[in-house]
Design a protein around this ligand. Structure first.
Ligand code: PMP
Length: 347
């Protein structure tokens, strides 16, 4: 793959912003280089120094957890930042396009629109799997990115790995496999394929299983040449110091995350059974994630009735292939019980 062909023309030869801390990386010293306030902060805890722009400690810890070397890792302000940076790096507005596979995560489209990039949509098949031949029919040399979400939001299913492989092998540009929910799924991650395929980008996040949505920390794994480009165009201090410190703490407490995942999966099974037992529920789709897609007769009314009881779910009933569906996140045990109680009263 020729990454130079994929990179936007105006970025070739870009001289990235050199932050003060790029030049001297030692920890000790008298730092008079970054116009910080040397006295401390207006808070109890001091936040007066800029954070490490390349998040090296977090990457070192993450490398051990994910069994991949640091040059393959990019960290961003949520995986949403990585999505946006991929557009900005590789998609020439008005010339290039991306392929999206609806129904899927909404930010791929919004980010394309913000960046003025054309979209080609190829529907998932009825069973929510990839329609490889339909994708092949829409691919052209101007296809810079193809987004595959696995497990997919909002349908909850993992994509067939061989189908993902076929898309990677046919793609003239990059294939982005978004594994935001992979920690809830049986281990089918394609993360380690990044060593084999220089056109593969795998996205993961600390927002879901790790329970750190508030901190905004997303991961992109890819060939070091791609990671280097993302690092060159990102804002210098895109991941704040508090987030870096908390991520390190989380990575040391991996067992807690795994315990929560296993508790949530147990809850998902109970919720699935409870919802399926409701006479009016038409279908509860199988899920490899921490949410369920549920088909009901009157989704708008059900949604509103739940809101009236201060239970907020996602109304996906106007989304292609999800007609009639609500998307329900697995909550705490008592929250799921409340939901089932309210739904059982609906007629
Ligand atoms: N990808 C998918 C599939 C998601 O559902 C979400 C969040 N809803 C994200 C990415 C964004 O995650 P982050 O919080 O890391 O920006």
């Amino acid at each position: 793959m020729n990454l130079d062909r994929l990179l936007r023309k105006h970025l070739k030869g870009l001289k990235p912003y050199q932050s003060a801390r790029d030049e001297y990386t030692g920890r000790e010293g008298i730092f008079l280089d970054a116009n910080e306030n040397p006295l401390g902060s207006a808070t109890e805890e001091a936040f007066n120094r800029y954070p490490d722009p390349y998040q090296q400690e977090v990457k070192a810890a993450l490398a051990l957890v994910k069994l991949i070397r640091e040059p393959y890792i990019f960290l961003g302000n949520g995986s949403d930042e990585a999505i946006d940076l991929l557009y900005r790096a590789f998609c020439e507005p008005g010339e290039d396009h991306v392929i999206l596979l609806p129904p899927t995560y909404g930010m791929y489209k919004v980010s394309a629109q913000i960046n003025g990039v054309d979209i080609r949509e190829v529907s998932l098949a009825e069973d929510f799997q990839l329609d490889v031949e339909a994708i092949r029919a829409r691919v052209s040399p101007m296809t810079k990115l193809i987004f595959i979400c696995s497990p997919n939001n909002p349908t909850g299913n993992l994509m067939d790995r061989e189908a993902i492989r076929q898309v990677i092998e046919m793609a003239p540009g990059l294939v982005v496999v978004d594994e935001a929910y992979a920690d809830f799924a049986p281990d089918q991650s394609v993360l380690h394929w990044v060593r084999e395929y220089p056109n593969l980008v795998v996205l993961q996040t600390f927002s879901k299983a790790w329970g750190l949505a508030n901190l905004r920390l997303g991961m992109a794994f890819a060939d070091p040449a791609i990671i280097q480009i993302l690092n060159q165009i990102k804002p210098p201090y895109n991941v704040n110091g508090l987030t870096q410190r908390m991520a390190l703490e989380a990575l040391k407490n991996r067992k807690k995350m795994q315990q929560q995942v296993s508790d949530l999966l147990e809850e998902r099974e109970k919720l699935q059974a409870g919802l399926s037992a409701l006479p009016l529920v038409e279908r509860v789709y199988p899920s490899d994630a921490n949410f369920l897609l549920v088909k009901v007769p009157e989704p708008d009314r059900w949604y509103q009735e739940l809101i009236d009881k201060r239970i907020i779910v996602r109304n996906r009933s106007r989304v292609h292939l999800c007609e009639g569906c609500l998307r329900i996140t697995v909550g705490r045990p008592f929250e799921n019980r409340m939901l089932l109680e309210v739904l059982a009263q609906l007629t």
